[in-house]
Design a binder for this molecule. Sequence first.
Ligand code: ATP
Length: 551
Amino acid sequence: MSVEIEKANPSRPAPTRNMEEIVSLCKRRGFMFQNSEIYGGLNGFWDYGPLGVELKNNIKQAWWQDMVTSHNDMDVLPGAPGVYSMTGLDCTIIMHPQVWKCSGHYDLFHDYMVDCRESKKRYRHDQLVGRWVTVREQRIFATAQSGEEELQHIERQAMKFFKLRNKHKDQLQWDGDVIGVTDLDESAAASILAPDAKTLDTLTDPREFNLMFKTTIGALGGADDTAFLRPETAQGIFVNFKNVIDSTRFRLPLGIAQMGKSFRNEITPRNFTFRSREFEQMEIEFFCHPDSSADWYGYWRDRRMQWYQDLGLSSDRLILREHGAEEMAHYSIGTADIEYAFPFLPEGQYGELEGVAHRGDFDLRSHMEGKLTGDLELELGEDGKPKWKGSGKDLSYRDDLTNEKYVPHVIEPSAGADRATLAFLCEAYCEDEAPDEKGKMQTRTVMRLHPRLAPIKAAVFPLVKKDGMPEIAKQAYLELKKHFNVFYDDKGAVGRRYRRQDEAGTPYCITIDGQTLEDRTVTIRDRDSLKQWRVGLDDCVAAIGEGLNQK
Ligand code: ATP
């Protein structure tokens, strides 16, 4: 049976890029809440509400399905350098402390922080930006935290410092562009005006800060029992590589995927959920022969970029940024970040959604031999012995057809589920005009989420609460519920109910009305085109299914 249905995602108007409104909708409609809000909140931690949990689950499921379960390992995929397999793992958050010593996180996973002695605020050194400005022959470097409002903040700071009124703004003589505080030499310290200070030279020297959260194992735990909450899911995959190969019949190339929580004690969590202290990652470690790893790197970089576009991120706001040689480890052939133009960033700036890295055999060899340096040499301690000893286990792979034994190379597409959720929300948020009850055009907020990601797929309304309409609507609702996440609503004017579903991103609304009583047809309304048409009551499941599949 073919049912006429509208596409849920026709050509889309540009999203409204107003971060404050997006944040407010997220709270108002139950996408996201500040964690522990009734106690004043906990900085860097966010909870997902009833709509948010569905959205994030849909994103994770789409990733798992597209990357792992629906992966076709019988034929060469278009564009792929060969046949390959994909499988999954689910590892623990706390792992043996030696894992983090050999991975490099124990020694190297840090940011530099600076404190302001005057305001008592703490900043990430690499996130402070500023501009030189002179007034009455005094030259200072006014700063802000990098982000959307940085220019305005720098100007406000300079005005306050020089005690200038708005009308005397033109006395500010700017020199040069906005640059990072890290670009200044030491002699500039005395001229720096910190982002929240009134006097100069209040910043401490930068100090290293390891981003791993510590915890203690066992009731009597001492220093030797210190463990860490994983800062990435990847290491669970490396240390289980041999287990997967030995317990399955997979041959290389093989991708092992994992999604789950990671923790980083970020110095300045900010920009809503973009930089959180607890977040979820979706990572793949793709193990392959060293000779083909460069091809696989290109394949995964392009495939991951396409995934975001297929689910609705516009190529206008998405870029693939290849790292320059100075940004990459020596052993790496390539690293690319997939970045999105989040509305909280200044025009022309992008934030990382996912990193795709060619990691050579660095990780497997580090877990075999001990921590390696960027040149793949064993790192030695002051006593000339290996700084951190590896497991001593052989993590190489023997090809049973060629009998060749090698340590595989790894391509790592590493994505963040929360950043993806935030990007899809920002991309979906639109304001347009739709007719109200009386046919008058009114502004509406609509979340144009891809049908696969929409938290609720369809809503069912009885037009009025009488004449048997609620009974029919409830039956239709229960039937649809067997197949999709649907919502029943009989409260308020039907126009208001439509608006509420538009804000939730629900692709279709189904209304049971007077005509349903006569001919058992219902109205389906499309979220994006606002078109309405009738289908038979018994065809609703097929109609909604078909509509959701037409991407
Ligand atoms: P950034 O440079 O923004 O700190 P990163 O390069 O350290 O990110 P990776 O270590 O490559 O990030 O982690 C892979 C992915 O995990 C990132 O692309 C991002 O989507 C996600 N991620 C990393 N840190 C955070 C965080 N603090 N909050 C939310 N997501 C994060």
